[in-house]
Design a protein around this ligand. Structure first.
Ligand code: DX5
Ligand code: ZN
Length: 213
C-alpha cells in the first residue's frame, strides 16, 4: 500500500498542533525547506522541525530545497529528521557520495530529489545507496501547481531499475497530487505520495488522505 506524506507547506502554522493531529491517517509528514536561493520562495527551517518532532511520532520526511545543503545537514539531523532528501541540482557531483554516507552514518535515511528537467540517469551511480528517490512533478518552490506527467515515466524507469538490480529505495512523487494524479502515480509504481494543497484545502483531511491510497 502506498504511503501518504502531507506537505506542511500548506498548513495553517497558527494551528500547527491541531493540524498535525488531523493528519494521523497518513504515515509520514513532508517538510519542505526553502531558502529563497535554490528556489524563489522561503518556508521554514530546522528549529520548527524540532518543535514538530516534539508533538508527533510520524516519520519526518525533510525535503531540502536549499543551496549548499551540506552546511545545514547537522542541524536537520539534530532536529530529529527521519529522512533527509537533498536536490541533485543543489550539490557538486563530487560531494554526493560523502553527503550520502554522512547522513547514513548518523542513522538518518537519505534521499535525492530531481527536478522535472533532470533525468533519472544522473542518479545511476547512487541508486544502490539511497533509501528514497524524490521525483518532482512540478518545479520546486510553491504548492498548488499542476502535475507534470513527465514524472510518470521517471517513476516507471525507477521501478524497473529497482527490480533489475534489487535496489531497496522507495520512490516518492511531489507536486500536483490529487485523486486523479495519485492514481496515475500508483499505477506507475510509486511508493510515497506527497500532497499539500489537496489535503489542507479540503474540509476532511482523513477523507482526502484515504482518497489518495
Ligand atoms: C513544492 C513542494 C511540495 C509542495 C506540494 O516545491 O516540494 O511538497 O508543497 O504541494 P501541492 O501538493 O500543493 O502541489
Ligand atoms: Zn516537497
Amino acid at each position: 500500500m502506498v504511503k501518504i506524506a502531507p506537505s506542511l507547506l500548506s498548513v495553517d502554522f497558527a494551528c500547527l498542533k491541531d493540524e498535525i493531529d488531523k493528519i494521523k491517517a497518513a504515515q509520514w509528514i513532508h517538510y519542505d525547506v526553502m531558502d529563497g536561493h535554490f528556489v524563489p520562495n522561503i518556508s521554514f527551517g530546522y528549529s520548527i522541525l524540532k518543535d514538530v518532532s516534539r508533538i508527533t511520532d510520524m516519520y519526518l520526511d525533510v525535503h531540502l530545497m536549499i543551496s549548499e545543503p551540506s552546511k545545514y545537514i547537522d542541524n536537520f539531523i539534530d532536529s530529529n529528521a527521519s529522512l533527509i532528501v537533498f536536490h541533485y541540482e543543489a550539490v557538486d557531483r563530487d560531494e554526493i557520495d560523502n553527503l550520502i554516507n554522512y547522513i547514513k552514518k548518523s542513522n538518518v535515511d537519505v534521499g535525492i530529489a530531481i527536478k522535472p528537467d533532470t533525468a533519472v540517469e544522473v542518479l545511476l551511480p547512487y541508486l544502490a545507496d539511497l533509501d528514497l528517490i524524490l521525483v518532482m512533478s512540478v518545479e520546486p518552490g510553491f504548492g498548488g501547481q499542476k502535475f507534470n506527467p513527465i514524472a510518470l515515466d521517471k517513476i516507471k524507469k525507477l521501478v524497473s531499475l529497482k527490480q533489475d538490480n534489487n535496489y531497496k529505495y522507495l520512490i516518492e512523487v511531489d507536486g500536483g497530487i490529487n485523486e486523479t494524479t495519485a492514481k496515475l502515480c500508483r499505477q506507475a509504481g510509486v511508493d510515497v505520495l506527497v500532497a499539500g494543497s489537496y489535503i489542507f484545502n479540503s474540509n476532511d483531511y482523513t477523507k482526502a488522505i484515504e482518497s489518495l491510497k
